[in-house]
Every structure is written in C-alpha cells, then in structure tokens.
Design a protein around this ligand. Structure first.
Ligand SMILES: [Cu+2]
Length: 119
C-alpha cells in the first residue's frame, strides 16, 4: 500500500476463513516482538486458532473481537474472528516504512504480511 503522509485510512477487514486472524500496522521489528507475545497467548490458552477463549485475560470490547488491555491496547491492531468483520482507522502522520501483518503464530511466516509506504 502507498499512503500519503497525513492521510487517515479506514481499513475494513472481513474474515471469510475458518481461523482467527490479526491486522496489525507497525514496523517490522514491532511485528517480530508482537509475534512472541501472540505465541505466549496461544500457549496459555488466551487465544486459539479459531478465536479468543479466555476472555477474562483480555478485557474484551463489547460485541466484537477488538481487545483492550494487555498487548492489545494498541489501536494499531485488531483481531478478526472467523466470519467476522472489523474496522481499524489509522492516521499516517509522517513518512515511514511500515508493514501490515497477521501475527497469529505461523501466519506472518506463511505470507500474511505486506508493505505500507507512507510518503
Ligand atoms: Cu492470519
């Protein structure tokens, strides 16, 4: 994606698949860090391949998969469950190189990543 600095973009994310996915905007290094957190959340049972299981750990927003608290207080990330739709609105304030990515374990590595150039 190419975006002009100063633009606000509304991303509409529709998950037609059977697995939980994430849409996360950030630098490549922050995705790497977030993947470790996600892996830990799968290990402790907070997340499963198909959804959010232990909501008590998450501070769950009403009616959706958006999560606040813990690692998911960042507004640059949204989880989209199977069959769900979510939105993420982001203002790209300055020129930078970012990635959009899914940090569910194994997903980034299987190609769920793309470049975002802000100029
Ligand atoms: Cu994914």
């Amino acid at each position: 994606m190419e975006i002009k600095a100063g633009e606000t973009v509304r991303f509409v994310l529709k998950n037609d698949g059977a697995l939980l996915h994430e849409f996360n905007l950030g630098k490549a290094a922050s995705h790497a860090a977030h993947q470790k957190e996600m892996a830990a959340m799968f290990q402790n049972g907070t997340l499963s391949p198909t959804g959010v299981h232990d909501m008590s750990n998450m501070g769950h927003a009403m009616g959706g998969m958006k999560m606040v608290g813990m690692e998911h207080d960042d507004p640059n990330s949204v989880l989209v469950g199977p069959g769900a739709s979510e939105e993420l609105i982001w203002t790209f304030s300055a020129a930078t190189e970012l990635e959009f990515a899914c940090n569910i374990p194994g997903h980034y590595q299987s190609g769920m990543v793309g470049k975002v150039t802000v100029r």
